[in-house]
Design a protein around this ligand. Structure first.
Ligand SMILES: [Zn+2]
Length: 261
């Protein structure tokens, strides 16, 4: 059983069910907190801190800690609110422009439940996947080529995730290209399309939606898609974030280079 102080701290952190001081005394505020927590979590509402209430209170904090970990924190998932958990909540609130009170309430949970940058599983932008050039300092992107056994050239290009088209243009180096700003702020770009995409700037696209056809326009020596991904203003290795979905095929030579959903 959690100590009374720990119960108070857990109950304060979780939706602010406990509003009093962390004093280890079971007074009216603590009893009210027990009751409100029991009611909220579907337990028998008797205001008595028994075994079920104890395990539920540990369970909800464990869930909170796991959710925070999925956002990049590294907490022990022990169901006990301590300084590390409180600091992680505050840091998360700060980063998400929420009021920084260290209490996981509905606004914080809403943000925690949103699909995050780290958990977004981008879909490969082509259905026949052959990595012809990887990510390196001189090439901050991945090139997805083609071969006749891998779907042939001129295969369709698909949005890797939901977002809004922000660029649909041509330049001598990029050729015909399109950029999509995703809901988490990441930007994906698709270069060397065979012709201008028919999807206009401002259009909202869904993951897997066709946005163009592979080509070799611009500075390109062969038919391929140059795909790059920007996170927080920096280009990252797309192969760390792209996933092969079950309806997609991977060329034998690229099978060890890619991630599978
Ligand atoms: Zn390239």
């Amino acid at each position: 059983m959690l100590t009374i102080k720990q119960r108070q701290l857990n109950l304060r952190t979780y939706y602010y069910f406990y509003v009093g001081n962390i004093d280890g005394i079971v007074g009216p505020q603590t009893k009210t907190a027990y009751k409100n927590f029991q009611k909220y979590t579907g337990l028998v509402v008797d205001g008595i801190y028994g075994k079920n209430t104890n395990s539920k209170l540990i369970e909800v904090i464990k869930d909170l800690q796991s959710k925070l970990n999925s956002k990049g924190y590294n907490l022990a998932v022990d169901g006990i609110v301590g300084n590390n958990t409180l600091n992680a909540i505050k840091d998360f609130q700060k980063k998400n422009s929420l009021s920084v009170d260290g209490i996981a309430g509905s606004k914080t949970y809403e943000k925690l439940n949103e699909e995050s940058i780290t958990t977004t599983k981008y879909r490969f932008p082509v259905n026949y996947i052959y990595v012809s050039q990887g990510y390196k300092s001189s090439h901050l992107a991945v090139d997805l080529g083609w071969s006749s056994s891998d779907g042939g050239k001129n295969q369709p290009i698909y949005a890797c995730y939901d977002g809004v088209v922000t660029i649909n243009s041509y330049a001598s180096d990029t050729g015909n290209y399109i950029a999509i700003r995703h809901d988490n702020g990441d930007v994906s770009r698709y270069l060397h399309l065979n012709q201008r995409s028919s999807v206009s700037v401002g259009t909202r696209v869904r993951k897997g939606e066709n946005i163009g056809i592979m080509g070799t326009t611009g500075h390109s020596t062969g038919n391929h898609l140059h795909f790059d991904l920007t996170k927080n203003g920096s280009r990252v290795n797309p192969l760390d974030y792209l996933y092969v979905y079950s309806d997609q095929r991977v060329s034998d030579s690229s099978k060890n280079l890619v991630r599978y959903i």
